[in-house]
Design a protein around this ligand. Structure first.
Ligand SMILES: Nc1ncnc2c1ncn2[C@@H]1O[C@H](COP(=O)(O)OP(=O)(O)O)[C@@H](O)[C@H]1O
Ligand SMILES: [Mg+2]
Length: 236
């Protein structure tokens, strides 16, 4: 099988598949932080993120959120619908953490109710600047109705994930998602929903079980990822 590499990002590689409307996403073991300033390879990280993402995409579909997910075709290999990605990172925050605490006078862990939606423009050369509705509309990235629909979808994802992780003793602090348009122009959740793209705090101990373990350099990153998979009942 000769699959053409279409795009190699920071953590995943996207290949053309045998079907024009479908792509293969390979979750690599590369991990990066601080705008690519730190890079490492963590054996099996790709598998954990692919497995957890697949599980969450399935649950989200069942809950009525359209996603790009079709199936896993190997431990770190996912078949997805090809989307025209909207170059935005939609961040939903249930508690203050990370850049929100660095840039604004919020206290770390402070509950945000209603949840806050923050949107960054995916533009590596400009370091993914935060945008507002007016900038998104002026750039022509989405129309008003689509932008509202995208935010509503992000909040629905939040509702599903909050309930799921809550039942596993995990506090969903925040997460980042990306959307794209399918062949009919319908918005679908794309990319990944994994420990690389969320903050999860253990309810019992308060410790991070996500990429912050890597960012802070505080311990066993893969062990933390494995604990999330285990809490979700996934056998690896
Ligand atoms: N269903 C899809 N169709 C087309 N592109 C996708 C789809 N899902 C994710 N992508 C894109 O594939 C890339 C995944 O690789 P990643 O390592 O996350 O890249 P990046 O460093 O750009 O974030 C991202 O650019 C993402 O927007
Ligand atoms: Mg990415």
């Amino acid at each position: 099988m000769s699959e053409e590499l279409l795009y190699a990002g920071k953590a995943k590689s996207v290949y053309r598949s045998d079907s024009p409307g479908e792509l293969i996403v390979v979750f690599r073991d590369d991990i990066t932080a601080f705008d690519g300033g730190r890079k490492d390879v963590l054996s099996r990280k790709g598998e954990y993120n692919a497995r957890v993402s697949a599980h969450l995409f399935e649950l989200l579909e069942e809950a009525g959120v359209p996603t790009h997910f079709l199936r896993l075709e190997g431990p770190a290999r996912m078949r997805v619908r090809r989307l025209a990605m909207v170059p935005l990172e939609v961040i939903v925050r249930n508690r203050a953490a990370g850049s929100l605490v660095r840039n604004y006078p919020f206290e770390s862990g402070e509950p945000l109710d209603p949840p806050l939606i923050v949107i960054d423009h995916k533009d590596d050369a400009r370091h993914d600047p935060m945008v507002n509705d007016e900038i998104i509309l002026a750039l022509g990235l989405l129309g008003r109705a689509e932008l509202d629909a995208m935010k509503a979808l992000a909040l629905r994802v939040n509702g599903v994930l909050l309930e799921l992780f809550g039942a596993c003793g995990l506090d969903l602090v925040d997460f980042k998602v990306e959307f794209g348009r399918d062949e009919w122009g319908r918005l679908r959740l794309g990319d990944e929903v994994s420990m690389d793209s969320m903050r999860l705090w253990s309810r019992e101990t308060g410790e991070s079980l996500d990429k912050d373990v890597y960012r802070l350099g505080t311990g066993d990153v893969l062990g933390a990822y494995a604990r999330v998979a285990e809490r979700l009942g996934l056998e690896m």
